[in-house]
Ligand binder design. Sequence first.
Ligand code: ADP
Ligand code: ADP
Ligand code: ZN
Length: 848
Amino acid sequence: ASRAHSATTSHSSRAIRIRGARVHNLQSVDVDIPRDALTVITGVSGSGKSSLAFDTLFAEGQRQYIDSLSAYARQFLDSLPRPDVDLIDGLAPTMAIDQKPGSTGARSTVATITEIYDYLRLLFARVGIPHCGNCGAAVERQSPDAICQSLLKLPEGTRVVLLAPMVRGRKGQHREVFEAIASAGLVRARVDGEMLPLEDVGELSLRKNHTIEAIVDRLVMREGIESRVAESVALALKLGQGLLVASSQQGNSGWTDRLFSTAMSCVQCGSSIEEIEPRTFSFNSPYGACSTCDGLGRMKDDESDQPCAACGGTRLRPEALAVTVADASIDQVTGMSMQQAEEWINQLGPTLTELQQAVARPIKLEVSQRLNFLQRVGVQYLTLNRAAETLSGGELQRVRLATSIGSGLVGVCYVLDEPSIGLHPADHDRLIQALRDLQQQGNTVVVVEHDEATMRAADRLIDVGPGAGTQGGKIIVSGTPKQVQANKRSLTGQYLAGNDQPVVPQSRRTRSSELVLSGVRTHNLKKVKVRLPLGCLIGISGVSGSGKSSLIGDTLLPAVRYQLEHGKKMPASASSVTKFSRISGVDQLDKLVPIDQAPIGRTPRSCPATYSGVMDEIRKVFAKTREAKTRGFGANRFSFNAAAGRCDLCKGLGAEKVEMNFLSDLFVTCTRCGGKRFNRQTLQVRFKGSSIADVLAMTVNQACEFFENVPSVFRLLSSLQAVGLGYMHLGQSSTTLSGGEAQRIKLGTELARKATGQTLYVLDEPTTGLHFSDVKRLVGVLQQLVDQGNTVIVIEHDLDLLVGCDWLIDLGPVGGKDGGQLMAEGTPEQLAALKGNVTGRYLQDKLN
Ligand code: ADP
Ligand code: ADP
Ligand code: ZN
């Protein structure tokens, strides 16, 4: 009964078959996803891609996996709901590689997520050389055999006294020492450098520090004394608990002492060093973590972001930092980028002994393989110690992707969400190759993606649509990219066929006043100077890690915000991150509006209607109805946050929270109001036949029609429509919104505000989650803001958006410490005309 899967039924044994999927807006979808292939799912925002990939495919994969577990394990987990789908078969174990911080806590770093750190810890524990905390000398561990060998190398005739250190600079009663020496059958000791009969040890002053060494043997070196040396060395090491002093004299020269040790102790000063083991280097364990910051690298709850004074941000105890491999400590290695770390590990060979090389070989292999994967997915600029918390969603997903490739698992179905986020078009090829590798290892790879190059590289392309929400949820076409391209009803196909390309503006805006920021040194920026023409749409481009966020989010935003708030320029002392020398032009602005992807509210109570302010207007409409007036209900009665009107069982939430032991909290529909959030009296008030709960259940599109004649409501709703959110339900809980959706709600809300004409809007990758056709609409909205006289700055990779900009600032040439330079500034046409500018090269294709 489906047009979608007809082309693939013959391969169904090699496919995951989905039949009758009705999750969220999916309209009883039938589709086949080929196994061991690369499938891309695309479609306009809100069409149902995630509902298909994550809420159906991945959810069922997880559920089937739990079903396959033992009855014991299942009793804790059996509450996973079955997605609303008739049948899914052919499914392998399923894993989602997503962008949510999830399990990565304050202690996760790139090295720990990828397991590289586990291997480094092993390497440092096995072949690392500890250094003495007192004198810095390298500490070596010697076998009794090796000690004998070095004594036997002394020239013939050398006089040697073998001593067992018993007490080192300590006051007190030395009876037990006396007894220990005597019971070994020895009769003399060296006390404070002077040879004495053993009896005198008992007479020593109690109040003075003494150093006591038992005299184990006196030798004159000659042939044939090997066995005597071995016996005496063994006895000395036993008495000296692994330490031995050999005092020797050649000819008439003086006596010289050498300390030997089988334990970890300093040969120079004799202080003992703890045994090192992998835990010594773990900042998640009390064995390794810096005790001042508890392994966090900075003080908890410290807003200033300064590194911990004790460990300098390395998270480790001094003992761990004092161990080196090839002259580098573990924190020096984790401070390297992927490229540097790979070089370091590859040159390890010659500095190690043969035995150490054998130990290090398998570890080197694991580490360099992973470093290689990380470079292939385009995060070669990240340092290994970079905290997971500071990674962008796209970077985190790519790090996880590299980890999956490195795991070498076979027969897994991986589901990814827009892995191209944050990647420059120039880096897409490497990412696609990484996805290919994962597939060719014998895995099924399913990617939700809007990027054109990724779509063209897919074995199977599935277009979900045609519209969003109730207007979507169908499979428009499923086939090879060529087949999709030939489909006239598919928006994706039409775009791929080149029939629906972005609109390139006829002319670019120019302005005389500009914002100038110079001497920027934040993170990797190299004293960059940029000009941002006011009243223009400005795009910031450049490969991932080149410094775009450092320039805008970490420098321009705080500098402008400070000046608008304090009425004076931001001093250098105001932040440890933001570094620049001059800013001018801020006086031309009166407002700064950053529009980021942070959630619009963390409680299930907030929703698009409340955030956008449209709820306030709708409440006024209900309060003006005759019914409300006769009952004496004011606008507040229609708020689910106020006691009078809401359901008092669920307190207006519409759901009750059930705390689960092992899973995250579950919300079940409120038994009293049935999810309507309001009490019966409130619901009896109707406007045009609908209650306030009915209105909250409407999509933005439906509500637009419904409130057509109420300008205050209509104006706000049509702004949400304009940013492509027409499909969204007014009362949908904010916690279910994606970052891109949250950003667009903010944008829509801003759009509805009375424009000052002197506002600076700053957006970071607003095209996230947007299909080509959505991008077109978004560009229209941004142009509208600029037409009102405002300035809009967008950090972007999407070429369809970049060609619509008046002015571009391109950073590069690479990510990481060698990036951070201004490559070009100008109109898209000027960039495209530059020789050797990577962004320009991609723009050329769009401009022609
Ligand atoms: P896409 O991934 O294509 O952007 P989604 O699958 O996220 O689209 O959403 C499809 C539709 O399902 C939208 O109308 C969206 O609002 C709705 N939806 C998504 N998640 C939920 C949810 N948890 N509860 C209710 N509706 C949802
Ligand atoms: P882009 O936005 O172009 O992807 P970023 O500005 O995020 O680039 O990063 C530029 C450089 O600064 C990179 O080398 C990155 O690793 C480094 N960097 C960014 N944020 C931080 C941070 N919070 N701590 C340390 N280094 C950072
Ligand atoms: Zn209720």
